[in-house]
Design a protein around this ligand. Structure first.
Ligand SMILES: [Zn+2]
Length: 477
């Protein structure tokens, strides 16, 4: 990779001026990160205001956005490599705020599969919600050094779970002391935040919250089974995943649910709009972020009526993901349906969208996340685009949906000065689209080029990247 880029740099001056202009964004050559990259005459999507700024020239210098402004007054060296962005739309790089990069041994080959799939789909940042910490930190160092292609990563390292964790990459927590020790150690090892799972005993949950506050490290994840959503919000939990706790808290049976027996049917039967509204007000007051993983919520609830054989993206993942890990999850999910038949589960999927809109209207902030790859047939990169479409199905405008994967992610990670919008001085993580995402959110899938930390990947580069993933997936079989 590195050698190729250096070679490109040498040839830049004549290559780009001659070829880039004639063939637009289709050119496979990519500029070195040390060079300027100029995107001319492009429509810039301001994801803060929803404004579409026509005919802009965006100048990238190394890994930063050096300037954004009207093309007619843009100044840059004549021989700088440039891309004619006429007819294209530029958005900030996308974030998937719920992934698992390394899930024990359950998704082998993730480095060759997940990382390039994310980039090829314009996902230039991820929040890793449970992984092998050392491995992910090593990847992050390689990515930062330019030796490995991948997104920016925030990671929790291993997840805290109950005495018998359900998943790999977990730490068993039985007592409050276990919880405090785990927080201390993860903080020491450089985890960015603490991820909670469902089975942590109640006393330990509050010890973890308290210790995390003392250590000034955020905690996020599942509202544990034994604790109310309102309690976790008040304890300062930064984000809830999968809407866990929200239906429980919208039911007069909440205290019963703390002991178990949660099903979609019971949630629907006991849903109380007044309780839902007061929980929404509390989550808004505390600005408790919601990462509802809507694609996976739908997928999990429809798993028995979905024909995965037909999914054209299946070629990008190794057979063991499909035949072992996803098969295992599928079997568990089918067991878990209990008495909820397909009509109940379909109603529940719709109810989740309604609740998401209710929370959104109440002022609760949202993040786009997919739970890839533990979500069955939830694909790295590809599924993030579907998640944006689910937000629109819930009643978000395309702009609001786009914000969940750009501006909101940057705000959540306290990176708004660096990322989240296309503005001078920010890091150059960008996606060039062939159609306007503000008109139709599914246009985020029409990717013409991806810029990661200043590196330009053309459509041809991305095709090659995908072909490479396909090969890796086949070899891993
Ligand atoms: Zn997850």
């Amino acid at each position: 990779m590195r050698a190729m880029r250096l070679e490109n740099r040498v040839r830049t001056a004549f290559f780009f001026t001659s070829l880039f202009f004639s063939a637009g964004v289709g050119i496979a050559q990519k500029p070195s990160p040390n060079d300027l990259v100029v995107i001319t005459n492009v429509s810039v999507v301001d994801v803060r205001s929803g404004a579409l700024l026509a005919d802009q020239t965006v100048i990238l210098e190394r890994n930063r956005i050096a300037s954004v402004g009207p093309s007619k007054s843009a100044k840059y060296p004549r021989n700088a490599p440039s891309v004619n962005g006429h007819g294209y739309f530029l958005i900030p790089g996308l974030w998937d705020m719920h992934v698992h990069l390394v899930f024990g041994e359950w998704f082998p080959g993730a480095q060759e599969i997940t990382l390039p799939l994310l980039i090829a789909n314009g996902v230039t940042g991820v929040r890793d919600m449970g992984s092998e910490l050392q491995t992910v930190q090593d990847w992050r160092n390689e990515i930062e050094a330019g030796r490995l292609l991948g997104p920016r990563i925030f990671t929790s390292g291993p997840m805290l779970d109950g005495p018998k964790p359900r998943f790999p990459s977990s730490i068993a927590i039985t007592t409050p002391e276990d919880g405090r020790r785990a927080v201390d150690q993860l903080k020491l090892r450089g985890a960015d935040f603490i991820k909670l799972q469902s089975l942590i005993p109640r006393e330990a949950v509050f010890a973890i919250a308290d210790e995390a506050k003392k250590q000034e490290i955020a905690f996020a994840g599942h509202v544990p089974d034994s604790v109310r959503a309102s309690e976790m919000s008040e304890a300062g939990m930064k984000s809830f995943e999968h809407l866990i706790g929200v239906f429980e808290g919208s039911s007069p049976n909440e205290d019963e649910f703390l002991k178990g027996g949660k099903t979609a049917g019971r949630f629907l039967a006991t849903y109380d709009p007044a309780r839902a509204a007061s929980l929404a007000a509390l989550l808004a007051k505390n600005q408790t972020w919601q990462c509802p993983t809507l694609v996976w919520e739908r997928g999990g609830n429809l798993i028995d009526v979905t024909d995965f054989e037909k999914d054209g993206r299946a070629k990008y993942v190794p057979a063991s993901w499909k035949n072992k890990t996803w098969k295992r999850f599928t079997d568990e999910i089918l067991q878990g349906y209990g008495a909820d038949d397909i009509s109940v589960r379909k109603k529940f999927i719709e109810k989740e969208l309604e609740v998401v809109q209710l929370l959104h209207k109440a002022g609760v902030p949202f993040l786009a996340g997919t739970d890839t790859p533990p979500g069955v047939y939830v694909f790295p990169g590809f599924s993030l685009h579907e998640e944006l479409q689910r937000f629109v199905a819930a009643g978000f405008t395309p702009l609001e949906a786009l914000q969940t994967a750009t501006l909101n992610a940057a705000r959540f990670e306290s990176m708004e000065e660096q990322l989240g919008t296309i503005e001078k001085g920010k890091l150059a993580d960008l996606v060039l689209l062939r159609a306007n995402p503000l008109e139709d959110i599914s246009n985020t899938q029409k990717i013409a080029a991806v810029i990661v930390n200043g590196h330009y990947y053309s459509g041809k580069d991305l095709e090659k990247m995908l072909a490479g993933v396909e090969g890796s997936a086949r070899r891993a079989n």
